[in-house]
Design a protein. Structure first.
Length: 73
């Protein structure tokens, strides 16, 4: 049975909160001079899930593998 991509998109990306979060991520990448495919990500020193903010003082640029390994610690 083929995947229903429209249903997945509606479930995962269409809510106002998801759109706001995606816009914040895109702004953080732009503000830190990152481009698509560069292998880097914006890391939050204090994770958003633990009360961190999108502020510049809570962000740093790291390699994608480093950020994924760190998780929400």
């Amino acid at each position: 049975m083929p995947r229903n991509y429209k249903k997945e998109y509606a479930r995962d990306h269409a809510s106002p909160k998801d759109k706001k979060d995606r816009a914040a991520r895109n702004k953080a990448r732009k503000d830190n001079g990152l481009k698509k495919g560069d292998g880097k990500e914006v890391d939050h020193k204090k994770p958003l899930s633990k009360g961190g903010s999108y502020g510049a003082s809570n962000q740093r640029v790291v390699k994608r593998s480093t950020n994924r390994k760190k998780g929400a610690k």
